[in-house]
Design a protein around this ligand. Sequence first.
Ligand SMILES: [Zn+2]
Ligand SMILES: [Zn+2]
Length: 264
Amino acid sequence: MRYTNLHTHTNFSDGAHSVAENVASAVNKNMLSLGFSDHSYTPCDPLYCMKPEQYEPYLRTLEAAKKDSPIPIYAGLELDAYSQDDTSVFDYFLASVHYIIKDGVCHPIDHSPAQQQTCMRDAFGGSVLDMAKCYFDILGEHVAKVKPLFVGHFDVITKFSLMPEEDDAYRTIAADTLKEVLKICPYIEMNSGAISRGWRKTPYPGSYLLEVVKENGGHMVLGSDSHNLNNLTFHFDESVELLRQAGIDHIAVFNGKGFDHVTI
Ligand SMILES: [Zn+2]
Ligand SMILES: [Zn+2]
């Protein structure tokens, strides 16, 4: 199967390689196309994202790559909930949550277990469910506000296995949010980023959420959340197999304007 990846980071944000190096790798891998999605500017944590002055050179570099590349290249953005960006200049954007800001403190959710534990203790009095509810509320409101092409790493809060993923109360919070999100944006990412970085054995979202996607008319988009040119299609064959096992018979593949539904 030839793949597309719409979740690619470069050295414009926290990726290891340049746009050109990633394009060359995609061509080498016989990919259908490649979309770039560097991190939007988050003022509370400027280390991992593009600075405002980098947007213009980022877009210029992608325009040049489009002209040179033998496969379609798309200029995208991973739009964080705490960013304020004009998304109209991009071919597409995905919506993600990486932070909880509470009582004026910015807590990164997916940087380290220690920071997530600090957030739970300081912002939520140690309540894992209160923290999960807050995360999913931020995500739901973000999606409703910005209406992305697709939703990135829906339950990234599980990255460090600190969430009670088997707990019915936790699952209800996640599933209820997903049902609301699907009414606004039916395209959800199957994200393998935490596997390539050694944190998890399975992609986001959790398998019980694939049931919710299936039952509520949603569609899955493969995304590797690549920060390294070797990972552009990381775990995609295995992800497709997991989708088949969940009874999902297609993936959504971007065509430059919208999604084609491709049988798997
Ligand atoms: Zn992300
Ligand atoms: Zn990402």
